[in-house]
Write a protein that binds this ligand. Sequence first.
Ligand code: GDP
Ligand code: MG
Ligand code: K
Length: 297
Amino acid sequence: MAFKSGFVALIGRPNVGKSTLMNYFVGKKISIISPKPQTTRNSIKGILTLSDAQIIFIDTPGVHPPKNKLGEYMVKVSEKTLKEVDLILYIVEAIDNGIGPWDEAILEKLKEVQTPKILVLNKADLASKENIEILKSLFASRLSFEFIIEIAAINGYNCDVLLEKVKQLLPEGPKYYLDDMTTDVRESFIVSEIIREKILLNLSEEVPHGVGVSVERFSERKNKDILDIEATIYCEKESHKAIIIGKCGQMLKKIGIQAREELEMLFGIKVNLQLWVKVKKNWRDDIAAMKMLGYNL
Ligand code: GDP
Ligand code: MG
Ligand code: K
């Protein structure tokens, strides 16, 4: 069978379980890739590579749509994205009793695009069979879906069935991302480059050249809209360490604030950034150290 691949947009109002579903499919491989400006800004991609398919999930429009701001969310669910992806997973809650204003707005938007759509009734673990059937026919009467399926992203119920449907609807295509190109490398590289840039911006030239940044932690806090990032700035001399830290830690604080602001814009989520400074002589000559510092050798 031919290899299939494609981009799948996850849409739905806040808290329906978009991130939980993407995490279920992609697990630890979840990635936040440097967005191309204009197009996929703030969208989070999770890449699932299987033997016969590669599925790139896009949690659109951002990791965390502004809560209770329907208008803003709908503006960000760009028609362009919905038209460009290969498949739309529209997620609602199986416990819903009817179609609320968020879903009315989403349905309106979806009417305008020809992209194949699957309606996913998530949180089936909390819903009655009757309610699931009522919702299925209610939504089917409003819009045509390729499939309608109930799942529970929290425990994986029916998720394998959903995955099969997704694969079925994807076009034949190439592997857009290499298997072994772990996306963690990409995201930590982006983070280290941003921190390095802020060091360069704030310090005289001789210090930044001897500086490398290693990202030790990059994780989204469970059920919170916060990304925890911990990184160590390596430099070659004690005197450089003192300069980077600055008087009473002022310089490091400034670098940290600037880096954090940029990371928050990039990832579209609040960032808790912790920075350390360590001396490691001749780190640039040391391949192992380079790898540790995020250079993909
Ligand atoms: P998002 O805003 O659409 O990304 O929603 P999240 O993935 O952040 O999930 C919102 C909340 O719903 C979290 O507390 C999840 O643990 C919970 N949740 C997600 N999927 C399920 C499910 O299948 N069953 C139950 N009971 N809870 C779920
Ligand atoms: Mg989410
Ligand atoms: K979260």
